[in-house]
Ligand binder design. Structure first.
Ligand code: NAD
Length: 358
């Protein structure tokens, strides 16, 4: 059956890297229908909104969405609802994308790209599962109010609300336990249960769900300690599950363990495995249009798409093996370039992956 893929290139380097990813997908010989639509600043320029109804409709009708990146400084003065980044939040909400998968893998060929010692990071392969639709980022009430009493009486006060409903914690717990069961069978739940009620509740639910996964070993860690352990001994982790706020920070920290953000894919899934696949980096306006962007995170995002939304794991492995091969050949975009390797541009890197596939 034909699988429908929506390609939303976005802004900055988005179109350049999405083009390479589409070439790679097209070369697999699969029955795919790929349609492209504008998103982010590009969509604002064309339709006056970062997520126009036509783009949202295409995304909703697709099995998976390949998303480049959005954002540019030139949109910074727009009202918040019209800024490019709102497109991502809109898609997450409309499609119910609650589970964010961020793998951090250090390819042996790039061990020197990390700022940590090679022996600490070489062979690193961790997966951060972040809850994406709840927590303090969306909790109500929020805003700025006048303090009614106490030491700050009469002053203005900014406030947000952290909360998680039981069903929200249960569904992300199941996703994380299932991911851990397919890997090394170790799941670390990160929270701040020593201080936050929401975190204690989160921990209690994790312990309850663990009863359904006897083959997965569950551990707990406070977020401050997790931030330390990720740089002290990152290979001790297999799968990490955490809430929206902590996951936002820890997934970026884990990304940097690998040295280049240009290598890291990500996936955001809903309950029916429909997913949005995007590189972990942004639109990099500083290098846009210069054939300098590393397309590998975007290409590896298509591998995640084949694995999680299209149920074609062997095709995902084909792409991952092709990426390994070009790294072994010594090809490097500027972000991962080092003495002795061959400097290539975006298009040449995409072409090399295509060749390695064949
Ligand atoms: P960024 O990730 O775009 O760039 C950070 C640095 O990494 C830059 O020096 C950039 O050149 C480099 N970089 C990023 N991707 C690269 C790649 N594939 N190859 C080589 N180098 C790469 O983050 P930023 O500069 O903080 O943000 C730029 C814009 O992107 C902003 O408008 C921001 O809002 C947006 N943004 C979008 C997303 C998204 O679309 N999901 C995520 C983060 C930031």
């Amino acid at each position: 059956m034909t699988k429908k893929i929506a390609i939303l290139p976005g802004d900055g380097i988005g179109p350049e890297i999405a083009e390479q990813a589409a070439r790679v997908l097209g070369a697999l010989g699969l029955d795919l229908e790929m349609k492209t639509a504008p998103v982010g600043g590009a969509a604002y320029d064309q339709h006056g909104h970062p997520l126009p109804p036509s783009t949202l409709k295409l995304a909703q009708e697709s099995d998976a969405i390949l998303f480049g990146a959005v954002g540019d400084w030139k949109y910074d003065s727009l009202e918040r609802a019209l800024r490019p980044e709102q497109a991502i939040l809109g898609l997450r909400k409309a499609l119910g994308l609650f589970a964010n998968f961020r793998p951090a893998i250090l390819y042996p060929q790039l061990a020197n790209a990390s700022s940590l010692k090679p022996e600490i990071v070489s062979g690193l392969d961790i997966l951060i599962v972040r809850e994406l639709t709840g927590d303090i980022y969306f909790g109500q009430p929020r805003g700025v109010r006048e303090v009614a009493d106490g030491p700050f009486k009469g002053e203005r006060q900014g406030f947000d609300t952290m909360h998680y409903a039981e069903s929200e914690v249960r569904r992300i717990a199941h996703v994380a336990f299932q991911a851990a069961a397919k890997r090394k069978g170790r799941l670390c739940s990160v929270d701040k249960a020593n201080v936050l009620e929401t975190s204690q509740f989160w921990r209690d639910i994790m312990i309850d769900v663990a009863k359904e996964y006897p083959n997965v070993e569950l551990s707990h860690m406070y977020v401050d300690n997790a931030a330390m352990q990720l740089v002290r001994d990152p290979k001790a982790f297999d799968v990490v599950v955490t809430g929206n706020l902590f996951g936002d920070i820890l997934s970026d920290e884990a990304a940097m363990l690998t040295g280049s953000i240009g290598m890291l894919p990500s996936a955001s899934l809903n309950a029916s495995n429909q997913g949005l696949y995007e590189p972990s980096h942004g639109s990099a306006p500083d290098i846009a249009g210069q054939d300098k962007a590393n397309p590998l995170a975007m290409i590896l995002s298509t591998a995640m798409m084949l694995r999680y939304s299209l149920d074609l794991p062997e095709q995902a492995l084909r792409i991952e093996a092709a990426v390994q091969k070009v790294l072994e050949q010594g090809l490097r975009t500027p972000d991962i370039h080092e003495a002795g390797s061959e400097l290539v541009g975006t298009t040449q890197m995409g072409g090399a992956v295509l060749k390695a596939l064949a």
